[in-house]
Design a protein around this ligand. Structure first.
Ligand SMILES: C[S@@+](CC[C@H](N)C(=O)[O-])C[C@H]1O[C@@H](n2cnc3c(N)ncnc32)[C@H](O)[C@@H]1O
Length: 270
């Protein structure tokens, strides 16, 4: 088995054992972005919970010999978790999962809120994954805090932000119409990923088209229908080189994981 394949398969098996909020397609996307050598600096994750997404990010970065993952989370849960579970404390389980699945050497746990961590931050960042509180004001603050610290040429991914109702989707709809240097936007599962880069006229027009889809299509098609999200995401990504990432992710998630784990096509649907 190649090192790449072994890393994806082991990250997948590990993540299956960790309770969390990430599909395998989304996991493979994070792994892929973490292996990429675009930009330089650490990877920042806002919102780790018990480490499902952290395992994917750290596995990819470790395989490529890239920088570590700063995993920022006060580990006391978001509002929605507190309402569902009462008192939340995920730090001990997070640390134990990092050790158990062999990535603790590639993860720097920061037990703080995103804002507190950003205030004390020094150093370059090449990839940001935002999956903290999903309230609109909170996710907008997370974006503002970390986008300005992200290297030019670096990438940012937002969970639950593509055709799912809530703060992250609303934010992405606004960003696509805004003035921030955002280009090469793509979609996998519920994740929107983008590059901090100067926009050509084409990229500007493309962002506006995506903003239009964000505003109108969710309601037309019904939010949260995975097959619809998948095909529309593929079509939208196909207008740009981000489609190469989307194809790569789907190829790995369907075929590599299927063969290695004896899964059926049905189990692997995005
Ligand atoms: C949806 S969960 C993250 C799921 C995780 N990425 C996974 O793959 O399972 C959201 C997490 O964000 C954390 N969180 C809430 N507010 C935060 C803040 N201001 N800064 C950083 N993390 C925050 C919560 O403690 C919670 O663990």
């Amino acid at each position: 088995m190649s090192d790449e394949k072994a890393s994806i398969v082991s990250a997948y098996r590990a993540s299956q054992q960790v309770e969390g909020f990430l599909s395998r397609h989304e996991g493979v996307l994070l792994w892929h972005l973490a292996t990429s050598r675009v930009g330089h600096g650490l990877i920042v994750e806002v919102g780790s919970w018990k480490g499902k997404s952290t395992i994917w990010l750290a596995s990819g970065s470790k395989l490529a010999g890239n920088e570590k993952v700063a995993a920022i989370d006060p580990h006391t849960g978001s509002q929605e978790h507190k309402e569902r579970y009462g008192l939340v404390f995920t730090y001990d389980e997070f640390i134990s999962n990092m050790k158990k699945f062999g990535v603790s050497d590639w993860v720097v746990p920061i037990r703080e809120t995103s804002r507190a961590a950003a205030e004390n931050w020094a150093g370059d960042i090449r990839l940001v994954f935002i999956d903290g509180s999903h309230g609109y004001e909170d996710v907008r603050e997370d974006f503002q805090l970390w986008f300005k610290r992200l290297e030019f040429g670096g990438r940012l991914a937002l969970h639950d932000s593509y055709l799912i109702p809530g703060g992250p989707s609303r934010l992405v709809g606004e960003l696509l119409m805004g003035k921030e240097p955002i280009a090469h936007v793509g979609f996998v599962g519920s994740i929107t990923f983008l590059e901090k880069a100067d926009r050509s006229l084409f990229q500007h027009a493309r962002n506006l088209l995506l903003a239009f889809v964000f505003r109108h299509f969710g309601r037309v098609a019904g939010y949260g229908r995975p097959p619809f999200r998948f095909w529309l995401g593929l079509l939208l990504s196909a207008t740009d080189r981000s489609v190469a990432d989307v194809f790569w992710v789907n190829w790995q998630a369907f075929f590599r994981l299927k063969r290695s784990n004896g899964l059926s096509y049905k189990d692997l649907r995005p």
